[in-house]
Design a protein. Structure first.
Length: 314
């Protein structure tokens, strides 16, 4: 599948599957940069949760990122009603989940989600226009996930519902650091990503997803981080499937990222938070980035109303 996508120009459409869902990064509407990467983490949680539903196929974040890079949409971190159908068509996804969020000065999280039907072009606006304290982020995210499933017309089994209700961490600080790691990983800055994942583990030693991503990011950094080495590494390791994996809903995103990097996203890919367009990756420069990452600033202090704890699973 990935080889086929390498040969398919960005303007060539493919047949969409109504049971295939793509979740794009949430667009940040606030001005406080410390929450800028939170949309990556939220999208990752939605992706992982929906991957627990047997009737759905969920597009891996790295495949989605490759398309956003190619379409020059990564910088805005937003897929709106005019671009969602194109993204869905390129990925074969019949539904695209997107939206926006805001963290106010009072540490209130406001989340608005839309669900686009790629075939008809219709959207379900304001699927959930919810707000809650930042310390209730995880409860809010789960509520919205169940609303998405309802809109998709899927009846969950007790096992699927229980899997969705699991939260990866109870620490807001750990999740913010994890989200920053995802953003760095999407830029190909694996050394910096590994440092953020390590920070997430320091805030929550039981955050298993952060531990897994740290190991893989370190492996990518050790491989040189170039597209050629990443692709070779993926081929040696056997890679991952095109669909989200079953079981615990984990998606082997790094292996898929390795394959997509060989897909020719190349010099035209953008860095959504200020990177240069049209520049080749420089291994020497990336080594400097990894070294600088050792002194990354800690995530913000936890919300005063809830300490490190997030809303638990229901």
């Amino acid at each position: 599948m990935m080889a086929d996508e390498r040969e398919r120009p960005a303007n060539v459409q493919r047949q969409v599957d109504p049971n295939t869902v793509a979740v794009v990064p949430m667009a940040y509407q606030g001005g406080d940069e410390q929450y800028q990467a939170l949309g990556r983490g939220l999208a990752e949680m939605f992706t992982t949760d929906l991957a627990n539903v047997d009737r759905l196929k969920v597009v891996e974040r790295v495949r989605l990122q490759a398309i956003l890079d190619e379409l020059k949409l990564a910088r805005s971190e937003y897929v709106d009603q005019s671009t969602a159908p194109r993204v869905g068509q390129l990925l074969g996804a019949g539904r695209v989940v997107g939206g926006s969020y805001l963290v106010t000065e009072e540490e209130e999280l406001r989340l608005q989600i839309t669900l686009a039907d790629v075939a008809s072009g219709e959207q379900t606006p304001q699927l959930d226009r919810e707000r809650a304290g930042l310390d209730e982020l995880f409860d809010l995210q789960k509520e919205v996930t169940f609303s998405i499933v309802d809109q998709l017309g899927v009846e969950l089994t007790p096992q699927e519902r229980a899997a969705i209700q699991k939260v990866p961490t109870q620490s807001i600080q750990a999740f913010l650091a994890y989200s920053r790691g995802l953003a760095e990983e999407d830029r190909g800055r694996y050394g910096a990503a590994a440092q953020y994942y390590q920070q997430a583990q320091q805030f929550d030693p039981d955050f298993e997803q952060a531990s897994q991503r740290k190991r893989k990011a370190e492996g990518m950094e050790a491989a040189g981080g170039s597209a050629g080495k990443a692709l070779a590494s993926a081929e040696e390791g056997g890679g991952g499937g095109d669909d989200a994996q079953e079981g615990d809903g984990e998606i082997d995103l790094v292996e898929q990222r390795q394959k997509s990097m060989g897909a020719g996203t190349g010099p035209g890919a953008t860095d959504e938070e200020g990177g240069d367009e049209g520049t080749e990756r420089d291994p020497a420069q990336e080594q400097d980035t990894a070294e600088e990452a050792e002194d990354l600033e800690d995530p913000p202090e936890p919300p005063s109303s809830g300490g490190d704890g997030g809303g638990g699973s229901s």
